[in-house]
Design a protein around this ligand. Structure first.
Ligand SMILES: [Zn+2]
Length: 199
């Protein structure tokens, strides 16, 4: 299965993005190749790490970046949070990956049937006693698209909004993108096919 990525993205990010999307096709085809999941690999990286991408993924138990991208230990710097909602700690974790680990690729990984999108849709526009900081990162998308009925379309719109928020909020992320040192790939994981597609 061939993968298509935009032509005009930085070469190092492009190489890693193709590798991950091809890994996803291995997962879909039932032909995973990751072998670096052993204690031997962990020992090799006992005192340093060399990941090549940072992934912001939902905490949903069905969305496991290493498995769906066919990766092993030491390949991905993964940040997981409900609904890929980008609060301060999450943004700073991404900044750490960019500034300290010099990662060229940020994957924003939304997905089908996301509980956060459903919860937000159910309660919008009312404030809730629980999950306030999570909803504060999701309600703005509904304020822009009040007629959204499909949760999966909502999740895709939210992923686009998260990229926008990161670029507006973080100097480190915006500067890295402007300088061609970072590419942000907005992705969506489809539960029925197992495919990760670029938005
Ligand atoms: Zn989710």
């Amino acid at each position: 299965m061939n993968v298509n990525v935009p032509e005009n993205i930085p070469q190092n990010a492009k190489k890693e993005l193709i590798k991950l999307l091809e890994g996803n096709r291995n997962f879909v085809n039932g032909t995973p190749t990751a072998k670096n999941m052993s204690l031997e690999t962990l020992r090799k990286f006992a005192f340093h790490q060399e990941p090549y991408a940072v992934v912001l993924s939902c905490s949903d138990s069905r969305v496991v970046p290493e498995i769906i991208f066919d990766c092993g230990i030491g390949e991905l710097f993964v940040i997981r949070v409900a609904g890929i909602t980008a609060g301060d700690n999450i943004i700073e974790s991404i900044e750490y990956a960019i500034k300290k680990l010099k990662l060229p690729l940020l994957i924003l990984l939304g997905h089908d049937d996301c509980g956060v999108m459903k919860y937000a849709k159910e309660h919008y526009p009312n404030p809730t006693g629980d999950f306030r900081s999570i909803l504060s990162c999701v309600y703005p998308v509904l304020s822009l698209n009040e007629d959204i009925t499909c949760h999966n379309f909502f999740a895709r719109q939210h992923t686009i909004w998260v990229e926008d928020k990161l670029l507006k909020t973080s100097n480190i992320i915006r500067t890295a993108v402007d300088n061609g040192d970072l590419y942000i790939a907005k992705c969506h994981f489809d539960h029925s096919t197992g495919l990760v597609d670029l938005i």
